[in-house]
Design a protein around this ligand. Structure first.
Ligand SMILES: [Zn+2]
Length: 288
């Protein structure tokens, strides 16, 4: 989840109620200050977000109303040593102006209190965290190389078709019936085919068993009143910490398939998720 704090939303000059541009974007332990207009320090104090881990600053462009606060911020860091290193991202023209502000006006030959890294950006991704990325893109404004920033969460459940196809579960036996212990993650429309089992007989023939939402599986999170699967039985239920807090159950289902060829040896079984909204999962297979 991202948390955005609007520290300043005025432009060119502050108004009695609005400070100059600055925003804080937080995601997990990461914090990005986007622009740093004059008065940003006071807004940081008033908002209660503090100066800790304020080590990445993204600049949209070099107009003074977006960068002048950096002089005061550096001056404060010179006294408090609140961070170990400062990274300033932006277009080349903006960084040149910020360099002048920090080194010519603020530091005047003094050593910066921490390493200051200027990272020039054009368009494209430039920051990669385990579960999100940050990219810059060009925007039009009365200033050279103006940038916008895009924060994007990475998909949590990438569907790897090759992997799904590759899972051949060895069976090597004849069977009248095959029992699947299964459920699904997230809901889908009743009747929606969310996956399938492919039974590979030793003679090369294949039987396909569709995994149908509402028939052979439903979402493993079960709330009172939710429909049960029409062709599967409740095999187990319980709770985890999260569902216990919410007063829900977690539940898995036993689904039985009657083999039309009980005398033909089965070589392998594929379990295929079709990448729908609801993803089936398989816990065990038994044969009788
Ligand atoms: Zn501007």
């Amino acid at each position: 989840m991202y948390e955005i704090t609007f520290l300043g939303t005025s432009a060119s000059a502050p108004s009695p109620k609005r400070s100059l541009p600055a925003y804080l974007v937080q995601h997990d332990e990461y914090r990005f200050l986007v622009d740093c207009g004059e008065g940003t320090q006071r807004q940081i104090l008033q908002s209660g977000i503090g100066f800790k881990r304020l080590n990445r600053i993204l600049i949209t462009h070099g107009h003074l109303d977006h960068i002048l606060g950096l002089g005061g911020l550096l001056s404060t860091f010179m006294r408090w040593e609140a961070i170990e290193a400062l990274e300033i991202y932006g277009g080349a023209a903006a960084l040149e102006r910020i360099h002048d502000l920090l080194y010519t006006v603020v530091l005047r030959g003094a050593k910066p209190p921490m390493p200051i890294n200027f990272i020039p950006l054009t368009s494209g991704p430039f920051f990669d965290a385990p579960d999100f990325t940050v990219s810059s893109f060009a925007v039009q404004h009365r200033s050279p190389d103006c940038l916008g920033y895009l924060f994007e969460e990475k998909p949590r459940r990438p569907f790897l078709a090759e992997k799904a196809e590759a899972l051949g579960i060895p069976i090597g036996a004849m069977s009248k019936r095959v029992h699947f212990l299964q459920a699904a993650s997230w809901q889908d429309a009743t009747g929606s085919v969310i996956g399938e089992y492919r039974v590979h007989y030793a003679d090369g023939e294949i039987a396909t068993i569709p995994i149908v939402y509402g028939h052979s599986v439903v979402d493993w999170w079960f709330m009172k009143g939710d429909p049960l699967p029409t062709n599967a039985a409740i095999a187990w239920n319980g709770a985890n910490e999260r569902t216990e807090d919410l007063g829900h159950l977690i539940q898995v289902y036993a689904f039985t398939w009657n083999n039309p060829r009980p005398d033909a040896p089965i070589a392998t079984l594929d379990f295929v998720s079709l990448g729908k909204e609801s993803a089936p999962f398989l816990m065990a297979v038994t044969l009788d």
